[in-house]
Write a protein that binds this ligand. Structure first.
Ligand SMILES: Cc1cc2nc3c(=O)[nH]c(=O)nc-3n(C[C@H](O)[C@H](O)[C@H](O)COP(=O)(O)OP(=O)(O)OC[C@H]3O[C@@H](n4cnc5c(N)ncnc54)[C@H](O)[C@@H]3O)c2cc1C
Length: 380
């Protein structure tokens, strides 16, 4: 039984899996070495209908349900470059949703069809050198001057910095108003006063390009404001739920793949006259890993059901983020251990998975911040 998926989801799953196996995975070593993947991949995914799964048909989307999105996230999670997975998710689920959910009709008309077609790539710019977890500390300021906002400040650790065309930028429009003084602007690549600087190599997620942004008296058309002025903080708090959830679903699918890899290796490798998979300790390690992944997956599916019924899922998403990251890191460690010395080489994907997945305790809100949110929602 493939509950909760229907036949249409299974057909879609086969299509995404074929794309990942045939058009992405063969190029992974090359893109990981380059620290970026070709922008044309977005265009190809747009042509295949992968970039607007839940967006309205009038803008080129498929208006499909949450389970179709889950299928897409899971299959994209099986890309052997989790960096590519992350970059695509930044486009589909971490930047464009602000436009789809809160953008004015004219702003949506201006950018959403091009984002769904993969002709314009999105990035989300929240983090600054002085503030990641604590967004109240951001210093980027936008002052309204006639038909423009004049933007000054900087951002760091921005995924897709080199490939992106549209930067969804959180800034302060009233620095004296606390959480009620933030706004979100779409800044176009190439705008005067806007510069991107590539960042150095990171521990994992190599095919995902990243950089620093600087804004110096950068004039952004006032029409590029997302939703209402001064509501940016609330939009980001809500937007982060989708961002975290999408990535959790993808990375638990990657974790499932790591278990499959470990099983394959254990069945092939012989030690002391028997297969590694015949040793009870190996069998138990794998069984324990599978149990944890199944528990994580059921928490994700439970949360998807709540999303289907438009519930507030802040607590559940925070639980998913903290729990799934722990499970993924533990499974990465055990799966690498099963590979022995070969797990420490780049001959097997497990070493890349081990490096990639460590980000998940940090990116899009750290595990510590997730437990703070959960504790507050528990009333403590
Ligand atoms: C590869 C990568 C890609 C990224 N992509 C993007 C992107 O596209 N866009 C973007 O905006 N940002 C991006 N980020 C930034 C990421 O979201 C931040 O790094 C993250 O939110 C943590 O912020 P920080 O690095 O400033 O750490 P800090 O906030 O300085 O945290 C340092 C430590 O303090 C802990 N801590 C903080 N507050 C509390 C608390 N209240 N209680 C207990 N402990 C606490 C944290 O958990 C952490 O362990 C990316 C980061 C990486 C590494």
């Amino acid at each position: 039984m493939d509950y909760p998926f229907a036949e249409e989801h299974r057909i879609f799953r086969r299509a995404v899996r074929r794309f990942v196996e045939e058009e992405l995975n063969p190029h992974v070593p090359e893109w990981e070495a380059a620290g970026i993947f070709p922008k044309e991949i977005y265009k190809r995914m747009g042509d295949l209908g992968f970039l607007g799964i839940r967006y309205p048909t009038e803008y080129g989307g498929a208006n499909a349900d949450i389970w179709s999105a889950v299928v897409f996230w899971e299959e994209l999670g099986r890309c052997r470059s989790r960096g590519l997975t992350m970059s695509v998710l930044v486009h589909t689920d971490m930047s464009s949703p602000y436009l789809a959910q809160w953008g004015s009709s004219s702003l949506k008309e201006k950018y959403l069809p091009a984002m769904i077609a993969g002709e314009k790539v999105g990035a989300i710019a929240l983090t600054e050198p002085g503030g990641g977890s604590d967004l109240s500390r951001i210093r980027t300021i936008a002052k309204k001057r006639g038909a423009h906002y004049i933007l000054n400040g900087s951002k760091t650790f921005i995924t897709n910095a080199l490939n992106a065309d549209l930067f969804f930028t959180l800034c302060k429009t009233d620095p004296t108003a606390g959480a009620r003084g933030f706004s979100m602007l779409i800044v176009e690549k190439g705008a005067r006063g806007f510069e991107v600087r590539k960042l150095s190599k990171k521990l994992g997620m190599h095919a995902s390009d990243w950089g620093e942004l600087s804004f110096e008296n950068c004039a952004v058309p006032a029409e590029n404001l997302i939703g209402e002025e001064h509501q940016g903080f609330y939009y980001s708090m809500q937007g982060l739920q989708n961002e975290r959830f999408a990535a959790c679903v993808s990375f638990i699918a990657s974790t499932q793949q790591a278990i499959e890899d470990a099983i394959k290796y254990a069945q092939e490798r012989e030690v002391f006259g028997q297969r590694l998979s015949e040793l009870q300790i190996t069998r138990h390690k794998l069984a324990k890993a599978q149990t944890k992944v199944e528990a994580a997956r059921q928490l994700l599916y439970h949360t998807a059901r709540l999303i289907e019924h438009s519930a507030d899922v802040t607590k559940e998403v925070s639980m998913c983020k903290a729990f799934c990251a722990d499970v993924a890191c533990e499974v990465a460690d055990e799966s690498l251990q099963i590979h022995g010395g070969y797990g420490y080489t780049d001959e097997y994907d497990i070493s890349r998975f081990y490096r990639d997945i460590r980000l998940w305790k940090i990116g899009a809100g750290t595990t510590e911040v997730m437990y703070e949110i959960i504790a507050k929602r528990m009333g403590i």
